[in-house]
Ligand binder design. Sequence first.
Ligand code: PYC
Length: 308
Amino acid sequence: MKKISIIDSHTGGEPTRIVIAGGPDLGGGSVAEQLKIFCAQHDSFRSAVVNEPRGSDVLVGALLVSPADKSCVCGVIFFNNVGCLAMCGHGTIGLVATLAHLGKIKPGEHKIETPVGVITATLHTNGEISVANVPSYRKVKAATVDVPGVGKITGDVAWGGNWFFLVSDHGRELTLANVESLTELTWRIRQAVNAQGFPEIDHVELFGPPQNGGDSRNFVLCPGKAYDRSPCGTGTSAKLACLAADGKLVEGETWIQESILGSKFTGTFRWLNRERGEVIPSITGTAHVNAETTLLLNENDPFCWGIR
Ligand code: PYC
């Protein structure tokens, strides 16, 4: 029987399952190199941790790995129901809350190595967590795609640690009651956008008016067709890059992004390279640890490696 120690948390309603022991040996290179090995050789481990019957489509998993950059407190590989993620904002907030829960970090700044670069997380004394993300930028402004069954949809293509297609003009109300139709719409948009030859878009993000005191509400469709219960850290980073490029938000100003649940992240940015439109976004939110347990993997269980 293989045993995997995990700690679960949620960030604004979006769950993160951190593997703290029992993960595969990935050879100890950079986290980007370890990600390649994890994806190529340990996909069944990924599925066993996050997929049913132990998990669900909504879970984001995170494997703690040793960082090549020794100034980092740890390295991390994020994954979901269908594969690996380059980066995850809500998951990083969950990771920091988990490290604090384990007594491994105290309030202050902590560097973390991800597959797409080193990020700096700050654990504040009031329990809030800020993540200064990887450089983020808009690649394409106002790309129009023909979405079968929907019509023409215009959005921006932007990087915030994952690739996003950000759409403001969609005519839908962003409420929980509409989750099924929002999922269907964003899934169709994703397929249409990815048929156009942009960078492979993993996430589609719809924006609408705030309903809970923020600046905007969003609906974010993740690659495995689950929607993000949080405002999405990498999606908010992509949004900040677009707002910066359009001059709609200035350096240091805050942007409060609401999720479809109404949970909030506070975003801000500093310019990294104004000419290239590159910003360093910072996302602040809170996470709550809600389970610590051991997963048991029994090869005689027909669904030992998850339902895929
Ligand atoms: O917070 O960056 C994020 C994220 C990505 C997928 C789910 N959450």
